[in-house]
Design a protein around this ligand. Structure first.
Ligand SMILES: NC(=O)c1ccc[n+]([C@@H]2O[C@H](COP(=O)([O-])OP(=O)(O)OC[C@H]3O[C@@H](n4cnc5c(N)ncnc54)[C@H](O)[C@@H]3O)[C@@H](O)[C@H]2O)c1
Ligand SMILES: [Zn+2]
Length: 372
């Protein structure tokens, strides 16, 4: 391999029957050409991206594919945003790829945020009963979360991620330089997932995010390497232990039962996902206080670090009843019981399915008060 390898960190995901590398570094998109050679795809390559990302990075990606693809390549550019994470887009991609001549020996490069990754991944899982794909994620959320672990899918009008498949990528290329063009609010919300990884598995990562917030907000890429690498290691480790979410993979949903409900009751208009998850994590920590698992300093430490990234730490008009109803409808409520991931300390969580409804209500009430 080239001298690029000296500039990157590789984290391997080893699963029964399939292992793949996650490359993390700065200016490492050129490794895509080497990866395509290593993987040895014989057929045409399909590149899937969205209009925002295409404007900045499609040519960079095409340059690499052109170098090594004997059969050429086909590009499909999605309109940007969650509302296009639909079956209709899968059908449209299918038309482009069939007309462009992709066959069973082809592979896909997904260049974009989590929406592109989920759609391109689901397309790859289904096209001719499954072809391989590479993830080149371009948002923090997709770099530390969505591109790793093989969950792919699209939304249905009645629910998010309702149609999906587990389809692991063959390679993930995380180039921090691609974050340069990310709008500030979308960049900052990504820290919610990084901080989440700290709370569930690594107090050191949590403290790093607290102590280096200024540099990280300014997109200091050298400072960002460590939290992105640690996040990928933590997610990879959990996925390797529980690929299909039978048990501990659920830890990654920390703050998400509340977060999804906050998103749903506001019709996905008030909060970005990471913002809702920030509030959700504080709520979960308050539930843990009610349960007697932790003292008040744990939710307080959540607030301290999340606030540094401009993430919300209270919501004065939180509609408690609506949130309760929404959570009871959530697909993660098993047999009608509310199930939560709760902290035992910063760096460790557990799954608890016997949380009294009163405790949940009291925790939600606490989020309404700005004095906390
Ligand atoms: N599969 C999983 O395990 C998993 C995990 C977490 C989230 N997700 C999914 O990921 C999606 C959210 O992903 P996201 O937060 O990356 O959002 P996104 O893909 O919608 O990207 C956010 C916005 O930023 C733009 N953008 C992306 N990269 C850019 C860049 N480098 N420069 C400028 N603009 C850029 C996009 O065009 C879009 O407008 C949701 O659909 C969620 O369900 C999946
Ligand atoms: Zn999330």
């Amino acid at each position: 391999m080239s001298d690029l390898t000296s500039k990157l960190k590789t984290v391997w995901i080893q699963l029964s029957g399939h292992s793949y590398p996650i490359y993390i570094g700065i200016d490492i998109v050129p490794i895509l050409a080497e990866e395509l050679i290593r993987l040895g795809w014989k057929g045409k390559i399909g590149i899937i991206t969205d209009t925002h990302v295409a404007r900045y990075y499609l040519s960079l990606c095409e340059e690499q594919v052109k170098k090594v693809s004997p059969q050429g390549y086909v590009v499909h550019v999605l309109p940007p945003g969650e509302e296009y994470k639909t079956l209709q887009q899968i059908e449209e991609i299918c038309t482009t790829m069939l007309q462009g001549g992709l066959d069973r020996s082809s592979g896909i490069v997904a260049l974009g945020g989590g929406v592109v990754g989920d759609v391109a991944g689901y397309f790859s899982a289904s096209y001719m009963r499954g072809i391989p794909f590479i993830q080149v994620p371009t948002t923090i959320v997709s770099q530390v979360d969505a591109s790793i672990g093989g969950k792919t899918g699209v939304n249905h009008p009645l629910g998010k991620n309702i149609l999906g498949a587990f389809h692991q990528p063959h390679s993930v290329i995380i180039d921090l330089n691609l974050l340069a063009t990310l709008p500030e609010r979308i960049y900052r919300e990504g820290f919610s997932e990084i901080i989440k990884h700290g709370i569930i598995a690594d107090e050191g990562l949590f403290e790093y995010c607290r102590d280096n917030a200024e540099l990280l907000i300014q997109k200091d890429l050298n400072c960002l390497l460590y939290p992105v690498i640690r996040s990928c290691e933590i997610k990879a480790d959990i996925v390797m232990k529980d690929e299909k979410e039978q048990n501990i993979r659920a830890y990654l949903n920390y703050g998400h039962t509340f977060g999804h409900a906050f998103e749903a009751v506001t019709q996905y208009k008030t909060f970005l996902h990471g913002e809702a998850v920030a509030l959700g994590m504080i709520t979960a920590a308050e539930v843990a206080v009610q349960m007697g698992f932790v003292s008040e300093d744990v939710p307080q430490r959540h607030r301290e670090v999340l606030a540094k990234y401009g993430l919300p730490i209270h919501w004065s008009v939180l509609p408690v009843d609506e949130v309760m109803q929404s959570m009871k409808r959530d697909k993660k409520a098993k047999a009608g019981k509310l199930r939560f991931i709760l902290p035992r300390r910063i760096g460790e969580v557990s799954i608890d399915s016997n949380v009294p409804e009163d405790f949940v209500r009291q925790a939600l009430e606490k989020i309404k008060s700005p004095s906390n």
